[in-house]
Design a protein around this ligand. Sequence first.
Ligand code: MG
Length: 393
Amino acid sequence: MQRATAIIAAGGAGLRMGTSTPKQFSELLGVPILIHTIRAFRQVPAISAIIVVAPAEHRALTCALLASYQLADHCTVVSGGKLRQDSVRIGLALVPDDSPLVAVHDGARPLIAPQDIQRCLEAAAAHGAAILAVPVKDTLKAVAPDTFIRHTVARDSLWQAQTPQVSRTDLLREAFAKADQDSFVGTDEAAVLEHGGWQVAVVEGSETNLKITRPDDLPMAEAILMQKQPAQQMRIGHGFDAHRLVPGRPLILGGLEIPHPMGLLGHSDADVLSHALCDAILGACGEGDIGRHFPDSDPQYKGISSIKLLAQVIGLAQRKHFRLANADITVVAEQPKLAPHFPAMQTILAEACRVEPTAINLKASTTEKMGYTGREEGISAHAVVLMASQPLA
Ligand code: MG
């Protein structure tokens, strides 16, 4: 397959969306529209470069957004022009020489299927230029300004143009030069090619390749996206830990220092509750245990706050596309009374886990003076968590 550069026209002002930022920054299932769009192109192996043409006033925001989704290295962001044709012209000038094809796509069509991009590339390689389109289904009426029907339009040969619109790079450059010479303005790239007399093939696309222009389009697009997503996966994890109580150490539980004559002994701050929680999260992710990730032979973890370790464990889970759904934790201690400290611990743990405090349940138990916890030789903690897979973020 010939190499292709994608030009993502992300210049819409979002006026019909009623938002102050352009529509491509609105989110679908928590991910901005533009990111969904770029990800679809990233899944097509023939696409070797991506040029995002953004409104000049939102160029910095677009760059920051791409960076936050680790896409900055894969895209070039440039400021667009007044009209779509101006923006595409700017993008077209930057298409690398080793890219015989160029695919222009609306930033606000995030539901484009990678296989439809591929089909359009193949048709353009064969015919010089090709666009995705769908046949018109509804009966079309020509309506007079007085809102009365003038006549019914024969729809047999009518198609609605979508994007991508793919062309040989040299052809599109020639067509743009001719349009500029003739001061011709087209509403899409195919119109510019048609104006120059070039043939453009039509590839039948899908009705789900929506262009998001109004707020009403968002819930519909989310529903389509949900169907495309793999079913959510749930993973359970269990953690247990115990530490010895000794004089002369602070007692840290759930990131909180609790007034007590004795504290827990350990290489880190010995926060037994946080350790059990870390182990449960790692277990759910199939990532072994806390000792594997933060060995106590490593001096960098000496005296470290276990809340910092917990935040790192959550970061690791997120990289594996898991988020904490809920945690249920039991601390076994004869002394001190822990319940009064639970709200403060809940806040600290929830922040480290990036969840609402209600997702973290804390319980205290004793062993009725039996065993090592009953004799106050140590404190132990049990944790179970449910981790939910999140949309690829
Ligand atoms: Mg421990």
